[in-house]
Design a protein around this ligand. Structure first.
Ligand SMILES: Nc1ncnc2c1ncn2[C@@H]1O[C@H](COP(=O)(O)OP(=O)(O)O)[C@@H](O)[C@H]1O
Ligand SMILES: [Mg+2]
Length: 407
């Protein structure tokens, strides 16, 4: 799939931007703070309805516009998905709510019709690659769960709905556990919330096992090429509630034990999860918190059996991330049937020349990629010639086209 037109109004430092987006590769060139990342942020928002930078969507509304009592940041994208054209529009609306108070809400329109998030997810797919994403591998487990959640949600709205239902039920369950621990009461009150996290949780676990297995296969292949077949990458899913129980005489499994968790169906996982919750009930009441479930899942990246999160060198982590991102693109194509739009923010600057070349070679396949850079010299002249170059300054497009002299 690919964008054909993008229009931004009061989004970040763009008061107004209206562009026809060509198919193929685009280079967004500009000094720092000109709006390159913000443009990618807007496009990625179309795929996940969340920002990778802002902690609150209020931050996305242009500062100046936001001074008015009503302000609307708007992203309108026309895109082609196979032989169908669609339009997705997002409005982030700030309005007054009493004196000195405002609230922010959001409206989504798909092909002109107002829709809920879950009805819009999966219609526009993008893969994003930022240098700060090294934290997927070397950061805390929450980073890896977030990564996986965003990737799977784009292909499966039911997964996205399960995540938000699970989180909500988990919060309620924790509150009740705490109450029972402090004041006592009938533990059977937990039944309702148990059922909620069991049903949503089982689906989450099953989908994670499945997606990780598929992404691992693709990533291992790419990674093997990137390392000239010297390293073998593995993505290990370690669910907090694990449907796989090791043989009784085995105390702990080695990290890289080849266990296939894709064989469990949702009902199997649900009944095992329920049993585990009952077993842990007293302890959970004492601690006032839910101790097992997908909110505590872990994913390990191993290269030649070594946990990259703990022992990986910078170079190894970069290479594994590159493999993961290239795999994510291929995975999305496999699952949805369409190439996602690829968004690369300043990634080239972080890679050595060989890896840069490896990455650029993969761009040929996909339908559309947008790359930002402050320095056009990082790219091979032949590559620059084959791409469309846009120059950005102060939230405006300065010039467009491969013939434009370097800014
Ligand atoms: N809500 C906003 N309203 C106006 N300007 C903003 C808003 N949020 C961020 N900016 C500004 O937009 C500029 C563009 O940032 P960014 O997209 O990160 O640029 P680049 O990636 O080109 O370095 C920055 O100067 C930033 O301060
Ligand atoms: Mg930037």
């Amino acid at each position: 799939m690919y964008l054909t037109h993008l229009s931004l109004t009061n989004f970040r430092n763009f008061s107004r931007l209206d562009i026809n987006v060509p198919r193929g590769t685009m280079l967004l060139v500009g000094d720092n703070a000109q709006g390159k990342t913000s443009l990618l942020e807007a496009i990625y928002y179309l795929s996940t309805f969340t920002s990778f930078h802002a902690s609150h969507q209020r931050e996305l509304i242009n500062f100046l516009a936001a001074r008015e009592s009503i302000a609307v940041a708007r992203i309108v994208a026309d895109y082609q998905r196979g032989d169908k054209s669609h339009r997705l529009e997002i409005r982030i609306i700030k309005e007054e709510n009493g004196v000195n108070n405002s609230r922010v809400r959001r409206e989504l329109l798909l092909d002109g019709v107002k829709r809920k998030i879950n009805e819009c997810l999966g219609h526009f797919n993008a893969v994003l690659f930022l240098p700060s994403m090294l934290s997927i591998i070397e950061g805390p487990p929450a980073e890896r769960r977030r990564y996986l959640n965003l990737a799977i949600s784009q292909t499966d709205a039911h997964y996205a709905a399960s995540i938000s239902a699970y989180d909500k039920a988990l919060g309620q369950r924790n509150a009740l556990l705490k109450l029972l621990g402090e004041r006592g009461g009938d533990p059977e009150q937990l039944m309702y919330w148990d059922e909620q996290i069991i049903q949503t949780g089982a689906y989450i676990i099953a989908m994670r096992a499945q997606a990780l297995r598929e992404i691992e296969d693709l990533a291992a292949l790419v990674h093997s090429k990137l390392t000239r077949e010297t390293e073998r990458l593995r993505l290990i899913y370690r669910p907090s509630y694990d449907p796989y129980s090791p043989p009784a005489n085995q105390i702990a499994l080695p990290l890289d034990a080849p266990i296939d968790r894709t064989g469990f169906d949702k009902e199997q996982i649900a009944s095992g999860f329920q049993e585990a919750l009952l077993t842990n009930r007293d302890e959970e009441i004492a601690r006032g918190v839910t101790t097992i479930g997908p909110h505590r899942d872990e994913i390990h990246f191993l290269a030649n059996g070594i946990d990259l999160g703990t022992y990986g060198s910078r170079g190894q982590i970069r290479t594994a991330l590159l493999a993961l991102k290239i795999a994510e693109v291929a995975w999305m194509k496999e699952v949805t049937g369409f190439w996602p739009v690829l968004l690369l923010d300043e990634v080239l600057a972080e890679l050595d020349p060989q890896r840069r070349e490896d990455l650029l070679n993969h761009l040929d396949e996909i339908e559309q990629a947008l790359l930002t850079t402050t320095d056009l010299d990082l790219f091979d002249p032949q590559f620059v010639e084959s791409a469309t170059t846009w120059y950005f300054a102060n939230g405006r497009l300065k010039a467009q086209g491969p013939d434009h002299p370097k800014a």
